[in-house]
Structures are given as C-alpha cells and as structure tokens.
Design a protein around this ligand. Structure first.
Ligand code: 9MR
Ligand code: 9MR
Ligand code: ZN
Length: 593
C-alpha cells in the first residue's frame, strides 16, 4: 500500500467547506458546519428509519444540547439533550448518549453537539446497509486462491493472477511428513484464511457455514444482491456461488477414509508479497504427525458445513447437493470412529494452529446439521442424547471457531424435520429466549451498547461482536421480539464507527475507515487504500504481537492499533467477515415482490 493522505484530504475538504460557508455575501442561510469532533461517535454508514438511533459523546466540553442536521443544507431536523455521563471501564471513556431515535426522515445527516462540534455524516434509509453487505460479502471473492481475482470495475486495481496453482512458485500442494504420506495432491482453490495465505478447514467451516446460513435465513434478501463476481448471472444466488468456491476446496481436503485434513499451509509464513509471489516455501497438506493424521474438529466442521450445503444447494445444483451430502456422511462415519483426535502443530510447522482441544461441539453441530438435512434417526439420537452437556445455548458466549455448540443448538431448534424431538426443541427455545433477554439487558447496560463482556476483548474481538449480532438475530428468528434485533443492530453500530476510536472497522466503508490491516495483498499492492470490505480483528487485551505488546497499559477496549504489524489486533479473517455478512443480512429490507 502506498502512503496516502485520503483521511487528511477529507478532513481538509470539510475545513475548506466550512470556510466557504463563512464567506461574506453567501446567499443561502445554510448553517455553518462546525468542525468534526472524534468525541462524537456515530455509525458512519447509518441507521434504519424504524430502529433506535444512538450516538456516543465522550468529550467533556459538550454542554448538553445537540441537534441533528441535514448534510445538504445544515437544516436542523431534530434535537435533544445528552444523557447522563456514564463511566465505561472497558474503554476508560466517559460516555453520554445522544438519542435521536425520533428521527425517521431518510437522507444524509450529522449531529451538531453544543460546545464540541459535529459528527461524521451518516445515512438514514431502509436499505442503509446494502452497500456494506455488498462489500463485506465481496471480500470473500478477494480472498480466493487458485484463480485470477479482479475487483474491477467496482474497485479497479485490486487484482492478482492465479496463485498457488501449477506453474506458480508454490502450488497446492504436497503431502507433509506430518500427514503420513508423500507426493503431490490437488489442494487448489478455496479462500486464503486471513492476512496470511494459509487455508485451514476448522476456520473455513464456521465461515462457510455462517455464509450459507445467511442465505438460508434471509433467502430473498441475499439472492437480490449482485455481488459482481465471475459467476454473477448464472442463476444461482451470488453468495452461494461464493460459498461453493470454498466448498469445492474443502471437498479436496477429505481423505479417502472420510477423515478431513486440518490445514494446507507452508511451514512458515511468507513475507508481505502478493499471493502469486508467496515466498513461504512449499505448501503442504498437514497432518497431526501420527495415525489417523486427520483431525476430529476439522472432520466435524466439514460434516456440518457439507450437510448445510446439501440443503441449500438442492434446488440450484442437485448433483452438487448429492456430492456434499455423501461427503458429509463419510466424514460423520470417520468421526464416529475417531471422536477426539486433536490437532497440534508438529514437525517444523509454524503457521496458524487452530488447535481446538475439544471436538465434541463440532460433532454435535455435525449431527444437528445432518439431522436437519436428512431427518436421519442416528443423527437425531446422537443430538438428543448429547446436547444437554452443551446447554444452555450461548452459555459460553457466542459462536466462534473453537466453540460451535450454539450453532448446533440453533439449527436443531430451526429444524423442520418431522422427527424433531419437540421437548428438546422447546428446551432450546426457552434457553434461547432467556439468553437473548440477558444479552439485551447487558447490551443496554453497556455505555457503548455492545454485548461484549470485559473478557471478550480477545484476538478477533470484532468477530465476537459480529457473532453476538448473529446470536441475537437467531434468537429473534426463534422469537420475534424487536429488542433482540435492536441489540443486534447496536453491535453493528460499534463496528461501523460508534466506538472509542470513532473508526469504521471495515476497510473502505464509512468516512473514517481503518487503513492498515495485517493483510498481505493490501500491504504488497500499489493501491493507496487496503482491499475493501474487510473487518479488522479489533481490540485484544491479551496481546500477542510486537505492536500492541509495546503499548503502555490501556483499558481492554483500547488495546488496538491501526498498524499493519499488529496481527493480534488488526488482521482480517474470513471467520470475522462471515458473521458480519449474516448480521448485515439480518438488517436488510425484504425486496419488493
Ligand atoms: O502474518 C501472520 C498472521 O497471519 C498470523 O495471524 C500471525 C500469528 O500466527 O503471524 C503472522 O506472521 C508473523 C509471524 O508469526 C512472526 N513473524 C512476523 C509475521 C508477520 O509478518
Ligand atoms: O483467530 C485466531 C485466534 O482465535 C487465535 O487466538 C490466534 C492465535 O492462535 O490465531 C487466530 O487465527 C489466525 C490463524 O492462526 C492464522 N491465520 C490468521 C488468523 C487470524 O489472525
Ligand atoms: Zn493462493
């Protein structure tokens, strides 16, 4: 990425506009816009007309009154008084709420806070998140491996030739010694996991699963989105085409005995170069180092995701649906024989481990999805006899790559199979309602109105925020209490700028997006701005990279740097983007029929 001054240029522009406004003889009575203050935090994308609209004010110079002004002419549309000062231990901020929920007019607006200044611009519209949904979904295309990628015409200049295929420096792939095999194997395709070029089945599983779920939960909305990918216009919803790209790679990661390889990476991470120039050394299908070599967590996630795919693709591509269902069943059979083979890096491998030590939740998810797809009694028996150990739903936080228990419980509760055990379903629904109500209460009590507990500021905390949004939207699907979806939207507002940094955590989205992700293509290419639509990992109180480890002590929510070197707080990853796709879909309007 070339150094650029887009942000400064924008600030300069607004200063200039303000200066023009003061020019004598100006005919209109347009209000002079005072300077933007980072002490006024808004969702830089915007708000839905019919839902709550809150901004946070964190600067003590605010005197109490605020108004909502129309961007076009500065006209005052609404106004109010800031709420009481609340101490937020997670950020160290003193937060006052500006509640402008009464505003239902659509358009572009900003807040004007007396004594302080103005907010960034934001929109109010029923389809206010449509562009965000497009960019965040399309980011998966940007992560594709094994084919040429080109984000033009929407984002010209964001492209690369096919990577990690025959004819390039390090084609996918060879068997690693840890896999108990040798020679070449076809492992091309799929998505690069994150800022690195590895491909990891456990993480692919939850990511692809949540994308497929986004379609399954909101089919008309998702199908209406033209993602401008190579497959657009082929009669299959674009998000499903995108998911199928990765599913085809995952299929290649299933061994002949039904077990699934944990990952495909080089032994070490390469440098910050484009993927076709990856210098990390040979790329391998990597095993556990001893028989049976495949991992139970990867195999369970694989079975779950292939079972979802079998349901979702049936009307579009029955042959593919049959292929993935058979693959899921073979994976399930392997898992039954090998329920607890844990993956650990061995034998000189230093890339991401995704070393989940308990694969029982992955098995539960596989059983639940296979049951929801097939109605098979063996899957029902497995689920109903083992789910209680994972109850109550969301008891251990929202879904995450090592913990998919809640996905298992939700999918069983949403099953339409006649054989669904209604007593079990009722228990999950009661638990989900209680968990949802508790999350709503916690979100309301948080000065920034997010669902995070202090301990949730982990590596990828923004993914945790997005997954709280998913959990709330799923709870809403089971019981349509508007407060659940309101709380989901509050979590979204935090990601899109209403946070202590007044930063949008999605690249190229909002007035003030973060700009320096730990993402090799963004670092290596000639574009001024990073690749679009990618969610930053976010604040990480536990540290783990040289940049945030060198920071002086901070409150947990401030342990973040918009710095390419901070992989523990500013990397991007498919498993953080996927829940954001789902969350955005939950807030899109239904298309007109
Ligand atoms: O780029 C790597 C990133 O994808 C991982 O999340 C991270 C932690 O495993 O590691 C990054 O690679 C760094 C490596 O661990 C140490 N040397 C510097 C690498 C980044 O340039
Ligand atoms: O998301 C993962 C996080 O939960 C772990 O704490 C962290 C360190 O093990 O690894 C994260 O995953 C990284 C993976 O290991 C390699 N690719 C980049 C991922 C995101 O940083
Ligand atoms: Zn690649």
């Amino acid at each position: 990425m070339r150094p650029s001054s887009r942000w400064r240029a924008q600030v300069g522009l607004s200063v200039l506009l303000a200066a023009c406004g003061t020019a004598a003889g100006r005919a209109s009575n347009k209000a002079v816009r005072s300077a933007v203050s980072e002490g006024v935090k808004v969702d830089q994308v915007g708000y839905l007309p019919a839902r709550p609209k809150l901004a946070m004010v964190t600067d003590a110079r605010a005197t109490g009154a605020f108004s909502v002004r129309r961007t076009r002419d500065g006209a005052e549309i609404a106004g109010g008084t800031l709420g009481p000062a609340l101490a937020d231990p997670d950020t160290g901020d003193t937060v006052r709420l500006a509640d402008f929920s009464a505003l239902t007019e659509t358009g572009s607006f900003y807040l004007d806070v007396a004594g302080l200044g103005t907010s960034d611009d934001f929109e109010v519209a029923p389809d206010v998140y449509a562009r965000a949904f497009l960019l965040v979904s399309r980011a998966f295309y940007g992560q594709r491996c094994g084919m040429a990628v080109d984000l033009a015409p929407l984002h010209p200049g964001y492209s690369h030739p096919a990577c990690h295929v025959a004819g390039t420096r390090n084609p996918d792939a060879l068997f690693h010694a840890s896999a108990g095999a040798s020679g070449a194997v076809d492992g091309s395709g799929g998505w690069h996991d994150a800022g690195d070029y590895g491909k990891y089945v456990v993480n692919s599983g939850i990511s692809t699963g949540e994308l497929l779920w986004a379609y399954e939960a909101f089919p008309e909305r998702v199908a209406a989105a033209n993602l401008q990918i190579p497959e657009s216009g082929n009669g299959v919803p674009d998000l499903l085409d995108e998911a199928r790209w990765n599913l085809r790679w995952m299929l290649k990661m299933q061994d002949a005995d039904g077990g699934v390889w944990h990952k495909l990476t080089s032994e070490r991470f390469g440098s910050f170069v484009m993927p076709e120039a990856d210098d990390g050394g040979p790329r391998y299908v990597i095993g556990t180092g001893s028989a049976p070599y495949k991992s139970s967590c990867a195999t369970g996630d694989f079975a779950a995701v292939m079972a979802i795919a079998a349901r979702v693709f049936r009307p579009f591509d029955p042959e593919f649906a049959g292929t993935v269902l058979a693959a899921a069943e073979r994976a399930w059979a392997w898992l039954a024989r090998n329920p607890s083979v844990v993956f650990r890096n061995c034998c000189g491998v230093q890339t991401g481990e995704y070393g989940d030590t308990n694969c029982a939740d992955e098995a539960l998810w596989a059983a639940a999805e296979l049951f929801r797809t097939t109605g098979g009694s063996q899957y029902n028996a497995y689920f109903t006899s083992s789910f209680a150990a994972f109850d109550p739903i969301l008891g251990n936080g929202p879904p995450s790559w090592p913990d998919v228990r809640s996905l298992a419980l939700f999918t069983y509760a949403l099953s339409r199979q006649p054989a669904t055990d209604e007593a079990v379903r009722a228990r999950i629904r009661v638990d989900a309602a209680a968990a949802g109500a508790a999350l709503v209460a916690r979100t309301r009590a948080n000065p920034y109105r997010i669902s995070l507990r202090p301990t949730d500021y982990v590596w990828g905390s923004n993914g945790v925020v997005a997954n709280y949004g998913v959990a709330l939207a799923l709870a809403y699907a089971l019981q349509p209490d508007p407060a659940l979806l309101d709380a989901a939207a509050e979590n979204l507002h935090y990601l899109l700028g209403r946070n202590t940094f007044a930063l949008s955590w999605v690249t190229q989205l909002g007035v003030r997006p973060y700009r320096h992700p730990h993402h090799r293509p963004s670092g290596a290419d000639a574009n001024a701005e990073p690749w679009p639509g990618m969610l930053s990992g976010g604040p990480n109180r536990y540290g783990g990279d040289p940049v945030i480890d060198a920071m002086p002590a901070t409150p947990p929510a401030r342990r973040y740097r918009d710095d390419q070197g901070s992989y523990a707080s500013n990397e991007i990853a498919i498993n953080w983007n996927a829940p954001l796709v789902f969350l955005l879909a939950s807030l899109l309007p239904d298309p007109a029929r």
